[in-house]
Design a protein. Sequence first.
Lengths: 151, 404
Amino acid sequence: MSDLRELYQSLIVDHSKRPRNFRKMDHPTHQAEGFNPLCGDRLHLSLKIEGDLIQEICFEGSGCAISTASASLMTEALKTKTVDQAHALFNKFHGLITSAPDREPPEEPELGKLQVFSGVREFPARVKCASLAWHTLSSALEKKGLVAKTE
Amino acid sequence: MTHSQVRAQFPILNQLIRGKPLVYLDNAATTQKPQAVIDRVHQFYETENANIHRGVHFLSEQATQSFEKVREKTRAWINAASAREIIFTRGTTDAINLVAQSFGRLKIQAGDRVLISEMEHHSNIVPWQLMCEHVGAQWDVIRMTDEGELDLADFEAKLTPYTRIVAITHVSNALGTVNPIKKMIAAAHERKIPVLIDGAQGIVHAKVDVRDLDCDFYVFSSHKLYGPTGVGVLYGKSEWLNTMPPYQGGGDMIQSVTFHKTTYNVIPYKFEAGTPPIAEVLGFGAALQFLEKIGMEFIQQHEKGLIQEAVKMLKGISGVRLVGEAKERAGAVSFVMEGVHPHDIGTIVDQEGVAIRVGHHCAQPVMERLKVPATARASFAVYNTIEEVHALGRALENVREIFK
């Protein structure tokens, strides 16, 4: 049960029930759709980037607690960061959730609250839920205009 | 056999999942196998293995006889007129693709129509779409009610002079709805339209009599019926199978091969190219034998009790809403929980050793029609117990706690 408590910590449950930056954006400079075909998680990510600074970032959509909380915490972490910093955070986050579950998760102070997703390592089927928002971010930054998928 | 004797036949059920007893409620996805089925496959490979139909040596002749005995057993199981009408395929999906392609080539042309329903599994949608797109035909879709039943008036209205075949499910894998297929087949036949029934779930929960139903095709899988994976059955009326062109070409489905002309074998072999999954077919035969001993009436009654208890239990948990409330139901019970995504329900009950399925259940149109992104689904088999239904209930209360 402790594994479950690690995954569904109050922080994640809170962010899934009351997601931050959950709204539509008028005139985003970057946007992308994310979709997890396995379970139906869907999100639309919008960003306002001026120069290389992420001024505003928000999302809409419907999905499981993990994907919603991940998107919410991601938008909190990325506001006022640069695009380069966003890419670096993605790498650190991805490294965290795909690291071996039997070892201590890598210590990454820059991840801050995002560290809470270390629990998802015990649930490989849910890794895609945690990473959907980030893959969507990647897609938005590349301005590919494609739907980001987790497959 | 008593119920605990039946349950004792399934070795996989005696294990702990994350320290808790396994409560396997994902039977619509696949069923567990009784020891007799496991032993039959094992025994074949250990003492009987040989290829069938062509050898003249002892092992080959024995294997051929054993294999054809299962064909006859299958014929008897569904009361088909002839064993020639039993085709072994890779599964239900393979069987539907076979009919869509082969019957399609025979009967479906540009401007024709195929009638399917909103309730179908993707395997009874996509093969028809592929066929139609290929020849320039259209598909019509029978609408579903909010309770998850087929709108029979809509069905009648969509039987047009250009409709070449109707393809509908016997029992919904997503909702558990049992469709009035005998009535629907009769209505289609009045307009001279043949019917394919997707029996993947239908064959599991009650006795099926294809002559009583008068369906033109009935398809199902071994692995959902306590048999091995890799084999399924296509039942087709010989009038159709005899005139339909071959599906896959190769060994065994031919009479003679030259580069000038090749002639084809008679049914059922015309539709069984290459070496079949011999061990799996024998395992499937052992599954039918096992079911014969228990009796489908026993299974039907037992499952009815489980579903009644499950529905009662689910309606008693705050925030839980059943998805699909047909008057006649079997096998699966789908539900959603307010404020909790099915994916999270699945992970949390998994921690209690409870295995359910969450998602769209290969029925995205069903989800869209009932306006849910996904559901959680518990589906029952002969070995499940009332205690297991309660275990699911306790696990769901746990989900409530975490998301309170």
